[in-house]
Write a protein that binds this ligand. Structure first.
Ligand SMILES: [Zn+2]
Ligand SMILES: [Zn+2]
Length: 315
C-alpha cells in the first residue's frame, strides 16, 4: 500500500499493508488531517520514524467485533496496555506502555490502511461527512479542557491562538461560556470565528488583564508570555500545544501569582462527535485544501505555510 513515511526524509512510498493483531481492526483510511503535531514530528518531536498521521476517518475492513465490520469510524489515538499502574488507576491515556497512532511507536493514518485496537474506534454518524468526521480527534482534544477545568458563567476566558487548534478550542469553550475572547495574529483566521459569532481580538489589541482562564494554543514563547501577563493571580493557564524544541521561560510569575498551569492533550471522542453531528462546532470553513495521498509531501509543505489552516489527504 501507499503511505507517507518520515524516516529523516519525507516521501510517499510503498510499504507492507499492516496486519491487525488480536483485538485490532484493519481500517481503510478515507480521509486524514494534517495537524501541527505532524509538522513538529518532522522537526524531531518524539523522535518519530514511520507513517505519520493521527486524524482520520475510515472504513473497517476487518474486525472481530461484528458491530464494527464495514462501518465508517474515527479512532482514539492512544493504544494502551490495561495492566500498568496508570491503566489500573483509570488514567489509560498516560499508560506507560502506550503507543500512539502516527506519533509514538505505531504507524499512522497517512496511508491506505491502518490498524488500531477495536476499543479505540467510534462509529461516525451518517450525518457527519468525511471532511467533518476527520476533525473528531482535534475537537476531542479541545473538549479535554472542559474535563480538566470547571467553568462558571462569571469566568473570563481568553484563548491565545487563531490556528487550527485555537479555533477548535474557542468553538468548544464558546459552548460553555460566552465570556470568551480568541486572540490571534491573522485577520482572515479571526474572521472565521467572527462569522460564528465568537468574540475575537488581534494580538496588538489591548486586552484587560486579570483573566480567570487562559488557554495557550500558539505554542510560541510570545504566547506563553502573553498568557502569564493576562491570567489573574490564582487563575488557570491551560497549555494546549506540543512543540519539538523547548524554550527558556521565566517561571517566577506563575510562582508569585500562584497560577495553576494545566497541560492538556487528548480528549473524549463522544462529545466531539456529538458537537460535529449537531453542527455546534463548524469545521468546514477551516479546510484550506485537499490533496491525494500521492501528493502527501506537497500537502505537508502547504500545511506548514502561514496561509494554510487544515490540509486534508484523501486516500
Ligand atoms: Zn493532532
Ligand atoms: Zn498501561
Amino acid at each position: 500500500m501507499k503511505a507517507l513515511v518520515y524516516d529523516g526524509g519525507l516521501r510517499v512510498q510503498e510499504v507492507p499493508k499492516p496486519e491487525p493483531v488480536a483485538g485490532e481492526a484493519l481500517v481503510r483510511v478515507l480521509s486524514a488531517g494534517i495537524c501541527n503535531t505532524d509538522l513538529e514530528l518532522l522537526r524531531g518531536y518524539m523522535g518519530f520514524r514511520g507513517v505519520l498521521g493521527h486524524e482520520f476517518v475510515g472504513m473497517v475492513e476487518h474486525a472481530e467485533n461484528e458491530a464494527l465490520r464495514g462501518k465508517r469510524v474515527v479512532g482514539e489515538i492512544n493504544c494502551v496496555c490495561h495492566t500498568c499502574h496508570f491503566c489500573q488507576i483509570e488514567m489509560p491515556h498516560h499508560c506507560l506502555n502506550r503507543t500512539v497512532l502516527g506519533i509514538l511507536g505505531r504507524n499512522g493514518a497517512f496511508a491506505e490502511y491502518l490498524t488500531l485496537p477495536e476499543e479505540n474506534l467510534h462509529l461516525a454518524p451518517n450525518s457527519v461527512r468525511d471532511d467533518v468526521a476527520v476533525f473528531t480527534e482535534p475537537v476531542a482534544a479541545a473538549f479535554r479542557i472542559v474535563e480538566q477545568v470547571k467553568f462558571t458563567p462569571a469566568d473570563r476566558v481568553v484563548v491565545l491562538g487563531d490556528g487550527k487548534l485555537g479555533q477548535l478550542v474557542a468553538q468548544v469553550l464558546w459552548l460553555h461560556t460566552k465570556n470568551l475572547i480568541c486572540v490571534g495574529k491573522h485577520r482572515w483566521k479571526l474572521d472565521l470565528l467572527k462569522n460564528l459569532g465568537i468574540t475575537t481580538a488581534h494580538t496588538d489589541d489591548l486586552i484587560e488583564r486579570g483573566v480567570d482562564i487562559v488557554v495557550e494554543a500558539t505554542g510560541s514563547y510570545e504566547g506563553f508570555s502573553r498568557a502569564l501577563e493576562l491570567v489573574r493571580p490564582e487563575g488557570t493557564l491551560v497549555l494546549k500545544t506540543t512543540v519539538a524544541h523547548p524554550t527558556a521561560l521565566d517561571l517566577s510569575v506563575p510562582v508569585i501569582n500562584e497560577i495553576k498551569v494545566i497541560g492538556s492533550r487528548c480528549g473524549p471522542f463522544r462529545p466531539a462527535l456529538e458537537a460535529l453531528a449537531l453542527g455546534n462546532v463548524e469545521v468546514r470553513p477551516m479546510v484550506t485544501e485537499i490533496y491525494p495521498l500521492s501528493e502527501g509531501v506537497r500537502a505537508m509543505e502547504h500545511a506548514g505555510t502561514p496561509g494554510a489552516m487544515k490540509i486534508l489527504l484523501h486516500m
